[in-house]
Write a protein that binds this ligand. Structure first.
Ligand code: FMN
Length: 174
């Protein structure tokens, strides 16, 4: 069992998956991790759609400019921000910012939970919002924020370079 720091270190964007299915118990734990994420006002202004049907995965990949990992993964998790749910309490700030943050944090928790369970993911953000909405039958108020293909890794990518901490952390002022 990895601790939280090992999970963070171990997580990489994996873009090649084996054909192995994801166990239901693991999927449940991933979704429960998203449900434990913090959210503005505890409103949880997001929805998660689990996509396993081959044809729908193909349609998602098409909506994501032919990123075929969405087809190869055992399943895809689509995270959508519910802009109106957050706006009902927080107005424009909720609509524009909090709902997207809620969905993003939920997706980040899902990524880390997946790694902790021996699975792999990648954050897919390059897609046509309208097409994704259509594929999963979502209304206008839902903004697709991220798609996570989830499966067993068929590759072990190297850690890509990061900025030096000293270049991104500032004490007291920029
Ligand atoms: C907002 C966002 C959008 C991204 N969109 C894509 C994408 O569409 N396709 C893809 O292959 N990776 C995508 N990525 C993954 C990044 O390329 C990856 O996180 C980055 O290269 C660092 O690699 P690492 O995740 O292995 O640390 C996205 C990541 C983020 C946070």
């Amino acid at each position: 069992m990895m601790d939280i720091f090992e999970v963070i270190q171990h997580r990489r964007s994996v873009r090649s998956f084996t054909a192995q299915e994801v166990e239901e118990v693991k999927l449940s734990r991933i979704l429960a991790a998203s449900n434990d994420a913090p959210s503005a006002g505890d409103l949880q202004s997001f929805e998660i759609i689990v996509v396993r049907e081959p044809e729908r995965k193909v349609a998602l990949a098409r909506a994501a400019h032919h990123q075929d990992i969405l087809v190869d993964a055992a399943l895809d998790l689509v995270f959508l921000a519910d802009t109106e749910a957050s706006a009902s309490k927080y107005g424009e700030r909720g609509r524009r910012l909090y709902a997207v943050q809620d969905a993003s944090i939920a997706a980040a928790y899902a990524q880390l939970a997946a790694v902790g369970l021996g699975l792999a993911t990648s954050w897919i953000g390059d897609f046509d919002e309208r097409q994704v909405r259509r594929v999963v039958g979502a209304s206008e108020r839902l903004v697709p924020v991220a798609i996570l293909p989830v499966g067993y890794a068929a590759e072990e990518p190297e850690k890509p370079p990061r900025r030096r901490l000293s270049s991104l952390v500032h004490h007291e002022e920029l």
